[in-house]
Write a protein that binds this ligand. Structure first.
Ligand code: OVV
Length: 405
């Protein structure tokens, strides 16, 4: 066993690569690692963790889409749940395969449906306008804390229907969940140390009586009244919302501001046509890939692009590398809001593709639309600092100056 999974033999025709994808220096500045990964071929073998890794668009998409050969039920992190206990009760939507997945996914998909999210659009844009007005008054501010963290932790708990909320605990729980997918390194241990303080609070928020009657949470619990799921399952699905809905959108919003600050020509295009906000957010997701990687586990002996893959192989699918693949994207390293990159892999692909994507897009659209209408210029006002995480690529600090129109 190595990092909670079976050690595999080096497959034939796969280069051995002495790299540590979890080295904090790689996590903070990963573009060279992504490029080298793609240059290795369809897969590379990383002996330090005894894993395969892929980062070309085609193979990453194939592994990610094929839930029959590459399962999620053995965990989407480095641990194999067939061999080691997960740190928390399994997610009944993320860490499960069809047919079980189909039933729970249907419930959560209904709660987060386009119609359900459309009902909240007004709230999202009002909150965005208020936030951006306040930041324009300040002029210079810390965009991770005051914009990227503030916005989702304002609108999302209300959308879910939490009666009690706590920004820091929501962010800390997300950090635990995403760091937990990596090896047992310092990042994971530091995040996990917050568990005793954060986990009971999160679990309490998922209880029916802690939820309002008009949020995503109540729609999920309604499915337990008809017998589609049990009450206990409803609680776990609310936990999934709180696991996946905060850090991801915080990261994406921060990175969107970073992209616009670094590409004033693109911000000019957005200001000229604020309707492009949707595509500016989409291009941010392609360009920065908030979730940089997830695993799948080969559940059978199989083959991809002529490479033999052993049963039990953990495959690190580097979505962020696929989103920069020069064989798929023209000028992949250009941030281009007119690209309309609808096939990017930042939200995954296949039956497990992000079920909250309507919510994420609505939040991103509201914030970027408000900025496009109100802000004349976005400038970096100091040093940007990245926050290494085993599965998320986020900024920690982003000092920004907004000037108004
Ligand atoms: C990290 C993550 C992503 C998606 C779903 C979940 C967690 C979950 O807990 O279901």
């Amino acid at each position: 066993m190595l990092e909670g999974h079976k050690e595999i033999e080096v497959p034939a025709d796969v280069p051995v690569w002495d790299v540590d994808p979890y080295d904090p220096a790689v996590l903070a500045d990963p573009l060279d690692y992504y490029a080298e990964l793609r240059s290795k071929g369809p897969f590379a073998y990383i002996p330090k963790y005894s894993i395969l890794t892929c980062g070309r668009y085609e193979e990453t998409k194939e592994v990610f889409s094929d839930w029959e050969r590459f399962v999620s039920s053995r965990g989407v992190g480095i641990q194999d749940f067939n061999l080691e206990e997960p740190w928390r009760p399994l997610s009944i939507v993320l860490e499960v395969d069809p047919p079980e997945h189909t039933r729970t996914r249907a419930v959560i998909e209904r709660a987060l449906s386009p119609r359900s999210v459309a009902n909240q659009k007004e709230t999202y844009s009002t909150a965005a306008d208020k936030l951006i007005d306040g930041l324009l008054e300040k002029g210079t501010f810390e965009a991770m804390e005051e914009l990227a963290e503030t916005y989702p932790t304002t609108v999302f708990p209300e959308a879910v229907g939490l009666r009690e909320t706590d920004r820091q605990r929501l962010v800390d729980y997300g950090e635990m969940v995403f760091n937990a997918l990596g090896p047992n390194n310092e990042l994971r241990r530091n995040a996990m140390a917050k568990g005793p303080e954060v986990v009971p609070w999160i679990m309490e928020r998922c209880q029916r009586e802690q939820l309002t009657l008009d949020g995503f949470g109540s729609t999920i619990y309604a499915a337990s009244d008809t017998g589609e799921i049990t009450e206990e399952e409803a609680g776990l699905l609310v936990r999934s919302l709180l696991s996946a809905g905060v850090d991801t959108t915080v990261t994406a919003l921060g990175s969107a501001i970073w992209c616009l600050a670094n590409n004033p020509d693109q911000f000019d295009l957005l200001k000229a046509k604020p309707d492009k906000a949707r595509w500016a957010f989409e291009e941010t997701m392609r360009f920065t890939s908030p979730v940089h990687s997830f695993y799948r586990t080969a559940n059978v002996v199989t083959e991809v692009s002529g490479i033999k893959i052993a049963e039990g192989t953990k495959i690190l699918c580097v979505l962020a590398a696929a989103n920069r693949d020069e064989n798929h994207w023209p000028e992949p390293d250009k941030f281009d809001i007119d690209r309309r990159p609808s096939q990017h892999l930042a939200l995954g692909v296949g039956v497990h593709a992000c079920v909250g994507q309507n919510v994420a897009r609505a939040e991103g659209y509201a914030v970027l639309m408000s900025i496009a209408k109100k802000v004349e210029s976005i400038e970096l006002a100091g040093e940007t600092v990245w926050r290494p995480n085993n599965s998320i690529r986020s900024l920690a600090h982003l000092p920004i100056t907004f000037r108004g129109k």
